[in-house]
Design a protein around this ligand. Structure first.
Ligand SMILES: Cc1cc2nc3c(=O)[nH]c(=O)nc-3n(C[C@H](O)[C@H](O)[C@H](O)COP(=O)(O)O)c2cc1C
Length: 404
């Protein structure tokens, strides 16, 4: 059995057709952000504490009422049946067994209702949505997620158009094979058959306001990296944000998510999740230290699924659990709440801000975003500044892209 997520990737590469492997591994343009997501974790160094008598760390936490046994959720990824005949059903069973949240994608090849039936109440299921230009279609999708018992709606906001993935163009990988479809898009709006997922070029806060007004579910925005957008999200009634650059698949050269995380977390008091480039327990620890309440993994789940089906997804999650457990024990952290920002050597990020100046307690370590002094928001004395008001965003022209 593979002993690391990297080895799962190697096994998946051996097993998958080249175009499918590339579809998963690849990103936009020159893939600068794909690489940066991982490299940025390697650049950060840990500053562990000793002699705290912590015992066995408690990895559990609560996310929108769901108790999870580790601070890692499954980020939404499209088309699981490309890599395993059971697809998202197998992924869901593994997530349920591991005791964590699965964010199932709108571009799932098993419908959200069928995923829910597979695991029942054992699985904390959230639904990822791309708002559609026809509000009735969006509403119907949200209704399906609600009926399936989803406990949160994760709205992806980094995709008004598709990123251009050159590997897919090179490989001519543009269509799903026969029999594999986006099942959530079937029979919508009274029209039989499967619709394409539409990317809405004029996606704006109006779409978000409409969603917040029409669902009782907590709405999480996925795909923002700017603290001002996180502040705006709070003003628009959003319950949580997911700092993400879509795994480097949308706009290339976007900042690595771990480099954006601290400033976003400092700007808001709602739950903050982050994904992109997490491959090790130490990566999870760094993200928690920099303000994430939990992290998401995308490609590692698909590698596990491609390599060994349901068991592989479970093994990826258990590997991470084991690594987080060890990293916390070796850092003197008894619980997720005890993972504080002084665990990360962040002199470079905070302009010489030394760990001795970091106040104790995780909440107090979240300075508010200060547009005048820059994103770290700290005055020389370490005081916190009030949040900025949300910006008004310009209108853009609608364009449609006809692909899942
Ligand atoms: C093959 C693949 C498909 C994805 N599909 C979606 C999607 O349909 N919706 C979405 O919001 N994010 C999607 N993502 C992005 C993931 O949710 C997540 O942000 C990203 O994979 C995190 O980076 P990581 O793969 O390095 O963990 C996809 C990512 C991959 C690799």
């Amino acid at each position: 059995m593979p002993v690391s997520i990297r080895e799962f990737e190697a096994l998946a590469r051996d097993r998958l057709p080249r175009d499918v492997y590339d579809f998963i591994a690849g990103g936009a343009d020159d893939e600068v952000t794909v690489r940066a997501n991982e490299d940025a974790f390697a650049r950060l160094r840990l500053v562990p504490r000793v002699l705290r008598g912590c015992g066995k760390p408690d990895l559990g936490t609560t996310l929108f009422g769901a108790e999870v046994t580790l601070p890692v959720v499954l980020s939404p990824t499209a088309f699981h049946r490309l890599v395993d005949p059971e697809g998202e059903r197998a992924t869901a069973r593994a997530a349920a067994k591991a005791g964590t949240v699965m964010i199932t994608g709108m571009a799932s090849t098993v419908s959200v209702g069928d995923i829910a039936k597979e695991c029942g109440r054992d699985l904390a299921l959230w639904f990822q949505l791309y708002a559609q230009s026809d509000e009735r279609i969006t509403r119907e999708l949200v209704g399906r997620a609600e009926d399936a018992g989803c406990r949160a709606l994760v709205v992806t906001v980094d995709s008004p158009v598709f990123g251009r993935r050159e590997r897919d163009h090179r490989n001519g990988f543009h269509d799903l094979p026969a029999g594999v479809r986006c099942e959530n898009m079937r029979d919508l709006g009274g029209r039989p058959g499967v619709r394409d997922i539409e990317m809405v070029a004029d996606l704006s806060w109006d779409h978000i306001d409409h969603l917040v007004a029409t669902t009782g579910l907590p709405v999480v925005l996925k795909g923002l990296v700017h603290p001002a957008d996180a502040v705006a999200a709070v003003a628009h009634g959003i319950s949580g944000v997911m700092v993400s650059n879509h795994g480097g698949r949308q706009l290339d050269t976007v900042v690595a998510t771990i480099d954006a995380l601290a400033d976003v977390a400092a700007a808001v008091d709602i739950p903050v999740l982050a994904d992109g480039g997490i491959r090790r327990g130490t990566d999870v620890l760094k993200a928690l230290a920099l303000g994430a309440d939990a992290v998401g993994i995308g490609r590692p789940v698909l590698w596990g699924l491609a390599a060994r089906g349901e068991a592989g997804v479970g093994e990826v999650l258990e590997l991470l659990r084991d690594e987080i457990d060890r990293a916390m024990a070796l850092s003197g952290c008894a619980s997720v709440q005890q993972v504080t920002s002084d665990l990360v050597s962040c002199e470079a990020r905070f302009g010489g801000f030394s760990t001795a100046q970091v106040p104790a307690g995780r909440t107090a370590e979240r300075p508010k975003y200060n547009p005048v002094r820059g994103p770290s928001g700290r005055t020389p004395s370490g005081n916190l500044e009030p949040p900025i008001t949300p910006p008004t965003l310009p209108d853009t022209t609608p364009v449609r892209e006809p692909r899942c």
